[in-house]
Design a protein around this ligand. Structure first.
Ligand SMILES: [Zn+2]
Length: 147
């Protein structure tokens, strides 16, 4: 991947899940954007070329160009993810449920984890809850958070 400058152009073509941004170091939602050079004639697009895809940080908007050979795999991977709104909701719910479970079972981390996940599974599809929880716990364990 190649680091590129980025003005807010291009269009979002897919949600790319929750990752730690190598630039701003936030755990945040990434998206895949596509840019195309275009010629229009009387506002009608007549030619387009030089299509490029980028992975873009949802917090600092830094973009990394995807190798053309990696685009289809990245898009296929993104199809397995929850929609962004659902990922955001699960991320928020997890923090709320974790606090409630910690109050109910002080000091018992296994019980806190089980209760938190049970509450998430009751509200969200299991594989999506597992995905977001995995990213959230990785963020909790991150020893180099945003400065
Ligand atoms: Zn960032």
């Amino acid at each position: 991947m190649l680091f590129v400058g980025w003005g807010k152009k291009g269009k979002e073509i897919a949600y790319a899940g929750i990752e730690k941004c190598p630039h701003c170091r936030n755990w945040t939602h990434f998206a895949i954007f596509e840019t195309t050079k275009r010629v229009t004639l009387y506002f009608v697009p007549v030619a387009s070329w030089d299509k490029k895809a980028y992975l873009v940080c949802g917090t600092c908007e830094t973009a990394w160009e995807l190798e053309p050979s990696a685009v289809s795999k990245t898009l296929a991977d993104s199809a397995q993810l929850p929609p962004r709104e659902q990922a955001e909701a699960i991320w928020r719910d997890l923090d709320v449920e974790l606090l409630a479970a910690a109050e109910a079972h002080p000091g018992d981390t296994d019980a806190v984890y089980r209760l938190t996940m049970d509450r998430l599974y009751a509200k969200h599809p299991r594989q999506w809850a597992d995905y977001v929880a995995g990213r959230r716990f990785a963020a909790f364990a991150d020893t180099n958070p945003p400065g």
